[in-house]
Design a protein around this ligand. Structure first.
Ligand SMILES: *Cc1c(COP(=O)(O)O)cnc(C)c1O
Ligand SMILES: *[C@@H]1O[C@H](CO)[C@@H](O)[C@H](O)[C@H]1NC(C)=O
Length: 543
């Protein structure tokens, strides 16, 4: 029976076909089919995550950019662009770099060491020289310098902590046991603030490093536990640029999800559509940087739980405001580890925590997850090497400063600073406010067609208020600080004047109007802005 079946002409035919076709050609065909199937799957995931119209727009922008790049390569165009870029560069230099005959440049090591008096004199000279800028206490951009303004006493506390631990290095815990202990205690205090005393965390050099570490941790976790080799993450359009930076550094595909125009919260339906088998994590902010609004963390937590992926809640800005909102008498929505599905939270001690700059904390739900943050090299010629974060050697003085600031403020101090700062933010509700700001940051835009909000920003800048410009939609934001508290009435008055001025006499030449106008003027706009901003970064390193 069997033999008769096997020897039936049809079976023999099939076997023959197999035999003949198991050649290089079939292998090639198989490979091509596989290649296109993988491509098609990728395309499908992309379109599903971004929606059809957005994908078509993406494609249009891609083609337009390629075409424009070809056009720009033409010699005549190149010359024109070079002239424009040179002019922009000169302008940037003039704004940043002190010029003049009496500017002393310290370009070489001095032959002999200088004295303390000489050094302090030189610093005073540099503070004065400039270029045409005065140091104002009013601004809050770009340095958030006023975040650290915890008053003169706080400054004394920080300097004392720095002095005591100025040469310590936490990379060597055996040599500096007190620094190790303070670091562990800073993390423990934050974990308790966020209702996860059994969790784990680490200190970092700032919000950006906290976010980079969290993304790397989730990536490595997903690779080890779920076998994900081409990771993707889903991030609200209102989240901090540090997530894009993480995606660029760690080669992760990022889906940016629009926020609701009124509530400014990320669209949960679109988040769900963007989640697929490659997704390692989703992100929510409490509160976000652009407009101070908070995403629906409970909703995001449900999604994270359902798909067994990470949820990072970015509390960098809200770090020392959000946990104290209720006790300061304001309403608050759930955002911390009590929300199921939250796997990591970043919290900046160097913003409203008033710790010295260069200090932040990343927290995880469990020590198991934190494992994936560590880097260990057991075979290094220099000995077994292990470090928790990006840095190798770090400053123990920063940790001591952070520990000291947190102890100096205490719960009472943070609650009252929260009450003052959020109170001031609630007073600034003059223009059209974006969303429902939860805490200390308020963003406003313009609905009037004859009022360019960026023009208002440029006018405010002339008055000494360095507000932060926002895009899509255009707006301005103020991050209220302790300095704002006493000046909130001045601010509102200046803002009213600036709106009036901007309507009456738009110059259209200020930095904000020109930089952000460019970003939208053509498909190549973002690249031009990129080139100009690179020139700005170059200028920072010009001695
Ligand atoms: C400031 C900030 C960050 C990044 O922090 P850096 O300390 O500037 O690196 C991240 N997220 C939000 C919401 C922030 O406000
Ligand atoms: C840029 O264009 C988009 C739509 O194309 C618009 O929504 C946005 O408001 C514009 N931004 C600025 C700064 O003009």
């Amino acid at each position: 029976m069997l033999t008769s079946i096997l020897s039936s002409p049809r079976i023999i035919d099939v076997a023959d076909v197999f035999q003949r076709n198991l050649t290089l050609d079939t292998a090639k065909d198989c490979f091509l089919v596989y290649f296109f199937a993988v491509r098609a799957l990728k395309l499908w995931r992309h379109v599903r995550a971004r929606g059809l119209s957005r994908s078509i727009k993406d494609l249009y922008v891609f083609i337009a950019q390629r075409t424009l790049r070809l056009v720009i390569a033409l010699p005549s165009m190149r010359k024109r662009i070079k002239t424009e870029m040179d002019a922009a560069r000169v302008e940037i230099d003039q704004k940043l770099i002190p010029h003049g005959k009496d500017v002393v440049r310290h370009l070489e090591l001095p032959k002999q060491g200088c004295t303390l008096e000489w050094i302090l004199d030189a610093m005073e000279q540099m503070d004065r020289e400039g270029p045409s800028h005065t140091i104002t206490g009013k601004g809050n951009y770009p340095v958030h310098s006023s975040f650290t303004d915890g008053g003169d006493d706080m400054e004394r506390v920080l300097v004392a902590a720095f002095q005591r631990y100025c040469v310590s290095n936490p990379l060597h815990p055996d040599a500096f046991p007190a620094v190790r202990k303070m670091e562990a205690e800073v993390v423990a205090m934050c974990l308790r603030m966020y209702n996860n005393p059994a969790g784990a965390g680490a200190t970092t050099s700032g919000g950006t490093e906290s976010i980079l570490m969290s993304v790397k941790t989730h990536r490595d976790w997903a690779r080890a536990v779920k076998g994900i080799s081409e990771p993707e993450m889903v991030v609200p359009a209102s989240a901090h640029a540090a997530f894009d930076k993480a995606a660029a550094y760690f080669n992760i595909k990022l889906h940016s999800i629009p926020v609701h125009p009124e509530t400014r919260q990320v669209d949960l339906k679109r988040v769900r559509r963007a989640i697929n088998s490659k997704t390692i994590m989703v992100v929510g902010s409490a509160i976000n940087f652009p407009d101070g609004c908070q995403d629906d963390i409970v909703g995001l937590g449900k999604l994270a739980k359902r798909y067994n992926i990470g949820l990072h809640v970015d509390c960098c800005l809200g770090g020392f405001i959000m946990p104290f909102l209720e006790r300061a008498g304001f309403s608050s929505e759930p955002f911390d580890f009590r929300v199921e599905g939250v796997t990591a939270i970043s919290c900046d001690t160097h913003k409203y925590g008033f710790a010295p700059k260069g200090s932040s904390v990343i927290m995880y739900r469990s020590a198991d997850l934190r494992q994936y943050q560590y880097y260990v090299n057991p075979e290094w010629a220099g000995g077994v090497y292990a470090s928790p974060g990006l840095a190798g050697s770090r400053s123990g003085a920063l940790i001591a400063g952070t520990w000291a600031a947190m102890h100096y403020m205490g719960e009472g101090g943070y609650i009252s600073s929260c009450r003052d700062i959020v109170g001031a933010a609630k007073t600034i509700e003059e223009l059209y406010i974006l969303g429902k700001p939860q805490a200390s940051v308020v963003a406003f835009g313009s609905r009037a067609p004859d009022l360019n909000i960026l023009e208002v920003g440029d006018k405010m800048s002339k008055k000494g208020w360095h507000l932060n410009a926002l895009q899509n939609p255009p707006g301005l934001h103020i991050a209220c600080t302790r300095l704002t508290v006493s000046m909130v009435d001045n601010f509102v008055q200046d803002l009213k004047d600036a709106v009036w001025d901007a309507k009456g006499s738009p110059a259209g030449k200020g930095t904000m109007v020109s930089l952000y106008g460019l970003g939208n003027s053509s498909a190549i706009g973002p690249q031009m802005v990129g080139a100009i901003v690179s020139a700005f970064l170059d200028a920072l390193y010009q001695a």
